[in-house]
Structures are given as C-alpha cells and as structure tokens.
Design a protein around this ligand. Structure first.
Ligand code: HEC
Length: 125
C-alpha cells in the first residue's frame, strides 16, 4: 500500500497542476481582449461632453455679464463665431490678459478653467 502511495500522490498533484494551468490560460485570452476594447470606446466621448458643461458654467459666472447669455455680445463683442476670427492662442491670451475694456482672468480663473474656456470658444465657428 505504501509503495504506490507517494508516486501516486505526486502524479495526481502534477495532473491537477497541469489542468489548472491549462484552464487559467484558456480563461485569460477572451476576457483580456474584451477588457481592452471597452474603456477606449467610452473614453473618446466622455471628456468632450464634460468640457462643454464645465465651460458653460465658467462662462456664466465670469463672462456672461459682458458677452451675453447666448454669446451674442453686449458690453463686449459677440463670441458666437469667435473661433473663426481668432486663433486658439489669441483667445487664450485675451482671457489671460484681458485688454480693451475686458478684465484679465489670470488670477481669477485657474489655468485649467482658462484652457477649458479657450478650447470651447475656439470651437465656435
Ligand atoms: C467687463 C466686461 C467683460 C468681461 C467680464 C469679459 N469680457 Fe471678454 N471682452 C470684453 C471687451 C470689452 C472685449 C473687447 C476687447 C477689445 O476689443 O480689445 C472683450 C473681448 C473678448 C474676446 C475677443 C473677442 C474679439 O472678437 O475680439 C474674447 C475671446 C473674450 N472677450 C472672452 C471672454 C471670456 C472667455 C470671458 C470670461 C472669462 C470674458 N471675455 C469676460 C469685455 C469683457
């Protein structure tokens, strides 16, 4: 009885080990493929929607008084098509430094808020 017990046990362990490796390899391949595809598909759309919302909120509390609730202008010029008239760099400079009756927002808004506003306005063509 004892003579075959140890070799038998070792053989059984080896078989179980081989089967576990086999099944873990088989499980990994399909799930690895779907994991990669899912996040990249949703990542493309999420930031754009959030940016417009954030930009509108910043605009309403800082710019609306002079540029109007529909970007139609008032004390300042209309911004409805500002992206066609000005480069993104010029819009950025105007918000940072102001000028011509417009206050500078360098100290009031964060770099990130100004960047959000700039790309939002640059897209208005
Ligand atoms: C106190 C009023 C006032 C506020 C507040 C204000 N602006 Fe202005 N803005 C102006 C005036 C006036 C001009 C015209 C400047 C000039 O002709 O040099 C202007 C010009 C601009 C321009 C250039 C447009 C063009 O066609 O020349 C941009 C872009 C702009 N503002 C964006 C903003 C943004 C974004 C905000 C909010 C962060 C803002 N402004 C807040 C008064 C204001």
């Amino acid at each position: 009885m004892k003579k075959w017990f140890m070799p038998g046990l070792i053989t059984a362990c080896c078989l179980i080990a081989v089967l576990m490796v086999f099944f873990s390899l088989r499980d990994k391949e399909p799930s690895g493929g779907t994991h990669e595809a899912a996040p990249s598909a949703s990542a493309g759309e999420a930031p754009a929607a959030v940016d417009a919302e954030a930009a509108t909120a910043i605009y309403k509390s800082n710019c609306l008084a002079c540029h109007g609730d529909q970007l139609q202008g008032g004390m300042g010029p209309a911004l409805t098509k500002v992206g066609a008239d000005m480069s993104e760099a010029d819009i950025h400079k105007q918000i940072l430094n102001g000028g011509g009756g417009m206050p500078a927002f360098k100290g009031t808004l964060t770099d990130e808020q100004i960047a959000t506003l700039t790309s939002w306005l640059a897209a208005k063509k």
